[in-house]
Design a protein around this ligand. Structure first.
Ligand code: NDP
Length: 444
């Protein structure tokens, strides 16, 4: 009898209420378990169970004062999941909805994603309950300084290298890095996602969105299809969504939606480069809402809406976890979609994935499809260690090569049949490299 179910039950008992963690672990475990069980020594040494249990979870209080002088209290986290392949690596998320389960799931996913890139990177994730939206620059700076007063004990260029994620962009990374230096830190490579003026690498903000589109293109080619003229729906209006939209337009696809927490914007006529530039200004320079673009760009604003009911060929959920549920998946299939490429981490619920599988849609999981961000972060670490700046051409070429290699590893490990089972391919490829490394390093 398979040991999978007893393992999943034990995990549920040990971490009750960690729903996102159970969802992520169960998806990976179901794909890799037959490979895992085929090596008795891995089972004996409980390699998979050891990968699920983080090396350490740091959780701390963050006190700071707002512009009115009132004391605010937030919770900070860092989950250092595994450094079997290299320094812990993974983003920081500032969002009021985060909790330990979300960081545990993100860190677990990050370990497999980083393994899949082929780079020498372990996996981690962290952040805080702080919500930067609506906060002044001074408030964000004071929060970042207070957060770093604790996190600095756990990071360095060779130990743990955080980056941005939701709510953490160049401004936040700048404040965090400044605070780290103020406390005596001196490794330029301690953060990635830095502005280019002090050690950042060109294209890092674009890397995840661009890499997503490269991966999508390789997957379409694998299935004798092309990207040109495909109708695409995107959710989100952050870095991942906006740079994916930019690359899709550049490569001849048609973008028909974007969204944010306020609702969705549907572009009946494909989004133009000019309208995308205006939306980028509103969202990323003015830090405004997508709703403010209504009337200024050619699109229909749907307050509180999601984009998935509009007829399209390809969906790219690029906002957040579990944003696309079973009903949304049914709407997508009814609208003619044949491909779902995850830009965000785990944006599709388990119910949605089941519907996509039943419909034989091509499903590209975030672990593989959004690996471009961490791949370019790996290049930033190499650049910082070399103390030599990389050009954007070099980064762009290398990003494309890494996404091609990630795609090849997925196809090679997916088993027989079309459409390619990218979930199995990504999980098995990531696991095989990790299992070998964990086994070789002994029982720790
Ligand atoms: P941003 O914070 O820049 O953007 C997130 C966007 O999604 C915002 O427009 C936000 O709206 C919107 N959003 C958030 N929650 C919801 C929701 N429930 N419904 C609708 N829209 C929502 O984040 P990123 O673009 O950097 O990241 C997006 C996702 O991609 C995350 O899951 C992240 O973990 C993942 N990812 C990011 C990488 C990166 O390099 N940036 C790398 C790999 C994965 P609003 O503006 O209103 O807040």
């Amino acid at each position: 009898m398979s040991s999978l179910h007893p393992f999943l039950e034990r995990l549920e008992r040990r971490y009750p209420g960690f729903d996102e963690l159970h969802q992520a672990v169960s998806e990976v475990a179901r794909s890799v378990w037959s490979v895992y069980e085929s090596e008795p020594r891995w089972l004996r040494e409980r390699i998979f169970e050891r990968l699920v249990e983080p090396d350490r979870v740091v959780s701390f209080r963050v006190c700071w004062t707002d512009d009115q002088g009132a004391l605010q209290i937030d919770r900070g986290f860092r989950v250092q999941q595994s450094n079997a392949l290299g320094p812990y690596k993974g983003g920081l998320r500032f969002h009021p909805g985060v909790n330990e389960s979300i960081f545990r799931f993100l860190a677990f996913e990050q370990v497999f994603k980083n393994s899949l890139t082929g780079l020498p990177l372990g996996g981690a994730k962290g952040g805080a309950t702080f919500d930067p939206r609506g906060r002044s620059d001074m408030e964000v700076m004071r929060f970042c300084q207070a957060f770093m007063s604790e996190l600095r004990r756990f990071v360095s260029a060779d130990l743990d290298v955080p980056a941005g994620d939701q709510g953490v962009g160049g401004r936040e990374i700048g404040f965090l890095y400044g605070a780290y230096r103020r406390y005596g830190g001196h490794d330029a490579g301690v953060f990635t996602g830095k502005p280019v003026s002090f050690g950042g690498i060109p294209l890092r903000p674009a890397a995840t969105g661009y890499g997503l589109v490269h991966f999508l293109r390789y997957a379409l080619w694998e299935h004798d299809a092309a990207l040109e003229n495909q109708r695409c729906l995107i959710s989100g209006a952050g870095d991942v969504a906006l740079f994916a939209a930019e690359k899709l337009i550049e490569l001849g696809a048609h973008v028909h939606s974007l969204s944010d927490t306020g609702g969705a914007m549907i572009f009946e006529e494909p989004l133009t480069k000019e309208d995308l530039a205006l939306i980028r200004d509103v969202k990323q320079v003015e830090r405004g809402a997508l709703a403010e673009c209504a009337g200024q760009v050619k699109g229909t604003w749907s307050p509180g809406g999601k984009p998935w009911a509009f007829p399209a060929d390809i969906a790219l959920p690029c906002a957040t976890q579990n944003e696309l549920d079973a009903e949304d998946a049914k709407a997508l299939m009814a609208g003619g979609a044949k491909v779902v490429a995850e830009g965000a981490n785990m944006p599709c619920t388990a119910g949605a994935v089941a519907i996509l599988r039943d419909a034989k849609a091509l499903f590209l999981p975030g672990k593989a499809a959004n690996a471009g961000g961490v791949a370019v972060s790996g290049m930033e670490m190499a650049q910082n260690a070399q103390r030599l700046p990389w050009t954007s051409e070099r980064v762009g070429t290398h990003l494309q090569e890494i996404m091609r290699d990630v795609h090849t590893r997925c196809v090679r490990n997916a088993g027989e049949g079309k459409p390619v089972d990218y979930v199995r391919g990504a999980n098995v490829a990531g696991f095989l490299r990790l299992a070998e490394a964990v086994e070789a390093q002994g029982i720790l």
